[in-house]
Design a protein around this ligand. Structure first.
Ligand code: ZN
Length: 367
């Protein structure tokens, strides 16, 4: 069984769910802290006086999130590593009848999990700062001189809180300089870590069995980054660059086979192969035995999949607006937008044949 980032995607979703659920709790905490005492002429002062209480509540959410996330990350990486190992075992024809699961304490798992935990460190400061900022900003907007009376004050507060709910906690920038919202950032970082765990485990296991070459699959929705590597043979380790090598036939002792190697797996991965959301897989290449797959037409284009991701983000945004809603009218309006975007997704998947990914349209709620 080949190894792919897709085989561990579900594990990343579980980690990202924790952050999204925490964000939902924060939006509701801010809403509830604001949404009382509207009739008091001292509303703004009262709300500012409660800032410390809100901050303590936010801190509690963050501490719980940190603990849960660290456990969930270790678990996800260990499971991804295990799946990578099992995939290699299945592919090698299960020479060894059982391979013990790699325990979560193993060195590779710890290293990958810890590096992800380190990367998520700044997330918590950002959550606290943005939640506090938005609370202050809502109070400021709702008590501006132009805003008079409890009803208009509440409307102004709702509008300001909606702006936060629209985007959630933001401002995450990856190494390529792209900006992400919190859930997408966490999910992307976790996907890349679990993919690394699966691929490392797979290649370790192939190496232990003496397999030095791998082959990249043909993917249904080809990603531009991977196009140069598609259906190419790569050296599992070693030097980069295209070359022809003479290798021993996989099953016949006194035969050699000439293989064109397009580069090394680490080289291809550094160039983007098996990036998060990648649909490609890598499997053992047995000289003289393995066949190079035929080129196939794609299902939807890469742009179609990006459009689907966009629509899924809109669904999640309007679900957050439901969380921020201070009254039934706002809640009903947000729900209608959720349905409208879901209808667009149904249309797109029907037109293109792309699979619908309902889990990407969910926002996680706190357990
Ligand atoms: Zn790809």
């Amino acid at each position: 069984m080949p190894v792919s980032p897709a085989m561990s995607e579900d594990l990343a979703a579980a980690v990202a769910d924790l952050y999204e659920a925490a964000q939902g709790v924060l939006i509701q905490q801010i809403r509830d802290a604001l949404n009382e005492g509207w009739d008091s002429p001292l509303w703004a002062q009262l709300k500012m006086a409660q800032l410390g209480t809100l901050q303590s509540a936010i801190n509690e959410v963050i501490v719980a999130l940190q603990a849960n996330a660290s456990g969930a990350i270790h678990q996800a990486v260990a499971e991804a590593y295990n799946r990578g190992t099992q995939a290699a075992v299945a592919e090698l024809g299960a020479i060894a009848p059982t391979v013990a699961a790699i325990p979560a304490g193993s060195h590779a798992v710890d290293r990958i999990a810890q590096s992800l935990i380190d990367d998520t460190g700044p997330v918590y400061t950002r959550i606290l700062r943005q939640s506090t900022d938005v609370y202050r900003a809502v109070i400021g907007r709702a008590s501006a001189p132009a805003v008079l009376g409890a009803q208009t004050r509440r409307q102004a507060a709702q509008a300001a809180l909606d702006q936060f709910a629209n985007r959630g906690v933001t401002g995450f920038v990856d190494r390529a300089g792209r900006a992400w919202d919190m859930r997408s950032y966490i999910e992307m970082a976790t996907r890349s870590a679990v993919a690394r765990a699966s691929v490392e485990a797979h290649t370790e296991r192939l190496g232990a069995a003496g397999v030095d070459l791998v082959i990249v699959s043909q993917a249904p929705e080809e990603c531009p980054l991977c196009r140069p590597w598609e259906r190419k043979i790569l050296a599992r380790t070693g030097a980069p660059g295209v070359r022809q090598v003479q290798v021993q036939h996989a099953t016949e002792d006194d035969r050699t086979v000439t293989v064109t190697v397009a580069g090394s797996l680490p080289e291809a991965r550094a160039a983007g192969l098996l990036h998060p959301n990648c649909r490609h897989t890598v499997s053992a290449y047995l000289p003289g035995v393995s066949r190079i797959p035929k080129a196939q037409p794609s299902r939807g284009t890469f742009e179609d999949t990006q459009k689907q991701r966009y629509l899924e983000r809109q669904v999640r945004k309007w679900k957050r607006r439901q969380d921020a809603a201070m009254d039934d009218a706002a809640r009903t309006a947000a729900r209608a937008r959720v349905r409208a975007y879901q209808a667009k997704i149904r249309e797109l998947t029907a037109d293109t044949g792309l699979p619908r990914k309902s889990h990407r349209e969910q926002i996680a709620t706190a357990r």
